[in-house]
Ligand binder design. Structure first.
Ligand code: IPE
Ligand code: IPE
Ligand code: MG
Length: 244
């Protein structure tokens, strides 16, 4: 009866939220929560690889996160640069192909170089595509895609716009998980999440572990993805014809 195309989603997207609260509860600076969040991401990548997920897209820094105090913003930039240096060799070894999605013009030359090198070092990997959305917003993405098409004088259609978006290299997410208890998208994947199954967890991102992932996958496996059709149609349909 389930139409979730198997228990394991092909593409999982995650809003990694709750780092600040995790730190504040421990009377630590917010940046300590972000640092712990990198550990959670490492655990999460490994768990996704083990379970056969093929694409993982995570929200690391939103267009609106520039509105945070300057020291938190610079701390997050520094953390990204350090995490790249530290994590990329292991990710490369684990077969992870890294992509950074987001506006790069606002980033320092050092961070931009780090992103480019990390992408180049992992480009040949096939086990898991890891998209890190950094300085990303769904509205920015749709706007830049439309502007790129207009500049080239190309017609704007669903498929041409889709092809100009930052995630054109992967299919739409099957499951979107948000930790930290908030039930909103906060400008993440506005276009791509049109038919994505949503799962919200109260767990703060630094406390994320395999049990949250397995619960989300169990929930997902029980969903009926109808893509506008009726339940009765799904019973008799060819499963390959069920995507939009
Ligand atoms: C998410 O955690 C990470 C980023 C937005 C960079 P938060 O920093 O938003 O944590 P809370 O929501 O304040 O607890
Ligand atoms: C969303 O979390 C962005 C990231 C996780 C990177 P926020 O904490 O910024 O979202 P809001 O402000 O609570 O909506
Ligand atoms: Mg938050």
């Amino acid at each position: 009866m389930s139409t979730a195309q198997g228990a394991i989603p092909h593409h999982v997207a995650i809003v990694m939220d709750g780092n600040g609260r995790w730190a504040t509860r421990r009377l630590l600076p917010r940046l300590a929560g972000h640092r712990q969040g990198v550990e959670s991401l490492r655990r999460c990548v490994r768990a996704c690889v083990e379970r056969g997920v093929r694409v993982l897209t995570v929200f690391a820094f939103s267009s609106e996160n520039w509105n945070r105090p300057a020291d938190e913003v610079s701390g997050l930039m520094e953390l990204l640069a350090k995490a790249l240096t530290r994590e990329v060799p292991q990710l490369a070894q684990d077969g992870v192909q890294l992509h950074f999605v987001g506006e790069q013009t606002g980033l320092s030359a050092k961070v931009r170089d780090g992103l480019r090198q990390a992408e180049a070092a992992t480009a040949g990997n096939q086990r898991l595509v890891l998209n890190v959305c950094f300085n990303y917003g769904g509205r920015w993405d749709i706007t830049q895609a439309a502007a790129a098409l207009a500049a080239r004088g190309e017609p704007i259609t669903e498929s041409s716009l889709n092809a100009a978006l930052g995630l054109a290299h992967v299919p739409d997410p099957d499951l979107l998980i948000r930790t930290g208890g908030e039930m909103r998208l906060s400008n993440f994947l506005l276009w791509q999440a049109a038919y994505t199954e949503l799962y919200f967890s109260d767990r703060l991102w630094p406390d994320f572990d395999e049990s949250v992932l397995d619960q989300a996958f169990a929930d997902y496996a029980a969903r009926e993805r109808r893509f506008g059709r009726t339940s009765a149609q799904l019973q008799s349909a060819d499963p390959d014809g069920l995507r939009i």
